[in-house]
Design a protein around this ligand. Structure first.
Ligand code: GDP
Ligand code: MG
Length: 370
């Protein structure tokens, strides 16, 4: 910050505020403990007291919004954020495509599908739902490993002709560890040899009792290929979301999470972010992991420019100084200087980490987080 109160400076120096006021008086400045002094004056004081100007601690520089809780009366309903998980080739990508095809709002808008790592669907007669479709193994696990739990509902997709496989079990374990409610999509129901009942029975071995087995976990038979059962699946998500009563304060500076980031030939560093709370606007100054910037443009999942993005609304952000990583927090801050300060601090920390330790595996990070 450009200035600091005398009281805060005294606290950081481990000196009495009154002594600082006295010293300032001797320098010809009449200042009370709650007034600000500029950086140069602060440094003068620090030296005067025989201290050295030091790099400040993390809690002073970095942003931690976890303690900053929104008042109950500021909260408004928000869409759920959904992740699809399951064994390779069981139909995750096909299902995401089929679901996208069921988007009424998108079709009306006439936009072209853009793969930006997340999209929002409004099913016929239903409420909007946000899906993460970041490729690789998997947005969900990676972001959770980095401490960003942005998924509200997990869809476990299991191919009815193949049953539970190692990655299905892995997905089940991740979903359980994250304590996210699950909906089972039994896919490829159109295929010869499809046996949905066998899938349900196999799930029992992992303490997942689906509704068809008189349990509480919703299960839906689908064919991503033939696009059957998709409406039912979306209904199941809306039902689950209702139970969760998801809410966020839209009327504040945005707190978001980076879902995907890439260097775009024409546009420079581009990040897809998912807003957790607040509303992100064009012109906002932000920090995204070790990157800083000012929102130059926001682009939705239909390639349309939008002026703002509220809670659970995924958008591409243009105007980054460098590339953040998936899972990095994206936070709107008051000014450029603050953004730079935090971004520089994080970059320094990353550099230090890189030189002092070997990269950690995803599994190791999981073990650490518990
Ligand atoms: P992912 O690896 O989980 O993303 O699986 P994909 O979506 O790439 O699907 C793997 C293969 O299964 C592809 O050849 C799909 O066409 C096929 N597939 C996906 N869903 C269905 C389905 O419902 N029925 C049939 N018959 N094939 C499907
Ligand atoms: Mg896939």
């Amino acid at each position: 910050p450009e200035s600091i109160t005398v009281a805060e400076l005294a606290k950081r120096m481990g000196e009495k505020s009154a002594d600082l006021v006295k010293s300032l008086f001797n320098m010809g400045m009449m200042v009370t403990i709650n007034q600000n002094v500029d950086q140069d004056t602060a440094e003068l004081l620090v030296n005067e007291f025989g201290h050295t100007v030091q790099r400040v601690s993390e809690s002073d520089v970095d942003i931690d919004t976890s303690e900053d809780v929104d008042a109950e009366d500021t909260l408004k309903p928000r869409p759920p954020v959904v992740t699809i998980m399951g064994h390779v080739d069981h139909g995750k990508t096909s299902l995401l495509d089929a679901i996208r095809g069921a988007d009424v709002a998108g079709h009306e808008a006439g936009g072209i599908t853009q793969h930006i790592g997340a999209y929002q669907v409004t099913p016929k007669g239903g409420d909007p739902i946000t899906f993460l479709d970041t490729p690789g193994h998997e947005a969900f696990t990676e972001m959770r490993a980095r401490g960003a739990n942005i998924t509200d509902v997990a869809i476990l997709v299991v191919a009815a002709d193949d049953g539970l496989k190692p990655q299905t079990v892995e997905a089940i374990n991740h979903i359980k560890a994250a304590e996210v409610p699950m909906i089972v999509a039994i896919n490829k129901i159109d295929k010869d040899g499809a046996n949905a009942q066998k899938v349900r029975e196999e799930l029992l071995q992992h303490e997942i009792i689906v509704e068809a087995m008189s349990g509480e976990v919703q299960d839906v038979e689908v064919s991503a290929l033939k696009k059957t059962g998709i409406d039912k699946l979306l209904e199941a998500i809306n039902l689950q979301a209702e139970l969760l009563e998801l809410k966020a304060n839209p009327d504040r500076n945005a707190d978001a999470t980076v879902v995907e980031a890439k260097l775009d030939k024409g546009r420079g560093p581009v990040a897809t972010v998912l807003v957790q709370r607040g509303t992100l606007k064009v012109g906002d100054t932000f920090v995204a992991g070790p990157a800083a910037g000012k929102v130059r443009a926001l682009v939705d999942d239909h390639g349309k420019r939008v002026k703002e993005a509220g809670p659970a609304f995924p958008v591409e952000v243009l105007g980054l100084s460098s590339l953040p990583s998936a899972g990095d927090p994206f936070t709107v801050v008051e000014n450029d200087q603050r953004a730079r300060e935090v971004a520089d601090y994080r970059q320094r920390k990353l550099d230090e980490k890189r030189t002092t330790s070997a990269p950690m595996s995803l599994d190791a990070m999981f073990a650490k987080k518990g």
